[in-house]
Design a protein around this ligand. Structure first.
Ligand code: SF4
Length: 326
C-alpha cells in the first residue's frame, strides 16, 4: 500500500544556489502513526522539509508523494483530500488570525470550506469537541477576538483547527517557540495525546532538542541540509553517534527548555560540496572526510549516523530512513 506521504530522494536548492535540503527520503504510513522530531539549527533545512511535506514548495530533485501520487500533480478532489489529511501548525499563531474577526472565524471557515457538517449546530458541535480535545473550554474561547486570548490559547486553537479536518499527519513547525515556557508542555502534551488517542502522525520541527526528547518517539537530526543522525529518541540522545549530535547533547541540559542550540560557525565548505558538512567543526575529522560525504550507517536497527567513524556498520539502503525511526 502507498505511504500516506513520502519523500523520495528529495533535495531543494533555492535561487542563488543555496542548498536547503539534500537527498532526504522518508515515508510515513497511515497505519503506523509516528511522533517524529526533526531537530536542527537555523539553516539546517528543517523548515524546508516541513514546507516540502506540506506542498508549499516543490523539490528541485526527487518527488514528494501523497498516497502514491506526485504532490505537484495533484488537483481537484485529490488536492482537497491532501489538504485535509496533512495539516500544519506554525510558529506564530497570531499571523493566522485576522484581528477584526472573532477567533470563531478560523474554526468555522474549514467547517464550511470542507463541508464538514450538514447544519450550523453540527458544525458548532465539531468545533466545541475539537477545542475540548486540546484542553480548551469552548465557552471561554468562542466569541473572543485574537488579542483577548493568550499566545498559548491561540496556538491551541490552531491545533484544534487542524484537528477539525481529522488529519492523518500534523506538521508542527516550531509550534511552541513563541509561547511562554509554562505553556509549552501543555501544547506539546496536546499533540502527544492526539497522536496516541487519534493515531495521528506528528512531525515536530524544532530547534529545541530538550522538548524533542520529551515528546517524540524518534528523531532526525539535520545539519546543513542533510541528515546527520536518526533513530529512536532515547538512543540518539543518550548515546549519540555523530560528533555533531554529541556536541549538541553535551551543550544542552535536557532539563531545560530555555537554551538554544550552540551557535553555528561560518562554514568552510557548503552543503552540496564534496565532503562531510561537519568537517570544518569536527574534532574527529580525517583526511577523507573532506573529499567524500559519508552515507548514513545503520549501527543498530533503530539508529543510524552519517559519519565515517561508523563505517564498520552497513550503509542504510536508499529510502530506508523510516526503518530506523521505529
Ligand atoms: Fe567528523 Fe568525518 Fe564523521 Fe564528518 S564524517 S562527522 S568530519 S568524523
Amino acid at each position: 500500500m502507498s505511504a500516506l506521504i513520502e519523500l523520495r530522494t528529495v533535495g531543494k536548492t533555492f535561487s542563488g544556489g543555496k542548498v536547503a535540503l539534500e537527498d532526504v527520503s522518508l515515508a510515513l504510513q497511515e497505519d503506523q502513526p509516528r511522533f517524529i522530531a526533526v531537530v536542527g539549527e537555523s539553516g539546517s533545512g528543517k523548515t524546508t522539509l516541513a514546507r516540502l511535506l506540506l506542498g508549499m514548495i516543490e523539490p528541485t530533485t526527487g518527488t514528494v508523494r501523497y498516497r502514491g501520487e506526485d504532490l505537484a500533480g495533484l488537483s481537484g478532489a485529490r488536492r482537497n483530500a491532501f489538504r485535509r489529511e496533512v495539516q500544519a501548525v506554525f510558529q506564530d499563531p497570531y499571523e493566522v488570525y485576522n484581528p477584526f474577526y472573532r477567533v470563531d472565524h478560523v474554526l468555522t471557515t474549514p467547517v464550511r470550506k470542507f463541508r464538514l457538517a450538514a447544519t450550523r449546530t453540527e458544525g458548532r458541535g465539531l468545533i466545541e469537541a475539537a477545542l475540548r480535545s486540546v484542553g480548551l473550554r469552548p465557552e471561554e474561547i468562542l466569541g473572543r477576538y485574537p488579542h483577548q486570548l493568550s499566545g498559548g490559547q491561540r496556538q491551541r486553537i490552531m491545533v484544534a483547527r487542524a484537528l477539525l479536518l481529522r488529519p492523518r499527519l500534523i506538521v508542527a513547525d516550531e509550534p511552541v517557540s513563541m509561547v511562554d515556557a509554562s505553556l509549552r508542555a501543555t501544547i506539546l502534551s496536546s499533540l502527544r495525546r492526539l497522536h496516541e488517542e487519534m493515531r495521528i502522525s506528528i512531525l515536530y520541527i524544532t530547534h529545541d532538542l530538550a522538548t524533542a526528547y520529551q515528546v517524540a518517539d524518534s528523531i532526525i537530526v539535520l545539519y546543513r541540509a542533510a541528515v546527520a543522525e536518526a533513530g529512536h529518541v532515547e538512543r540518539v540522545v543518550k548515546a549519540p553517534l555523530h560528533p555533531y549530535t554529541q556536541l549538541l547533547i553535551g551543550s544542552i541540559p535536557l532539563v531545560s527548555t530555555e537554551r538554544s542550540w550552540v551557535e553555528d560557525k561560518p562554514a568552510a565548505g557548503r552543503p552540496g560540496g564534496a565532503g562531510c558538512h561537519f568537517a570544518d567543526r569536527c574534532p574527529s575529522a580525517m583526511d577523507h572526510c573532506l573529499s567524500a560525504a559519508p552515507s548514513l550507517f545503520q549501527v543498530a536497527p533503530d539508529h543510524a549516523a552519517a559519519c565515517f567513524l561508523r563505517a564498520d556498520a552497513p550503509a542504510l539502503a536508499e529510502g530506508a530512513l523510516s526503518s530506523v525511526l521505529g
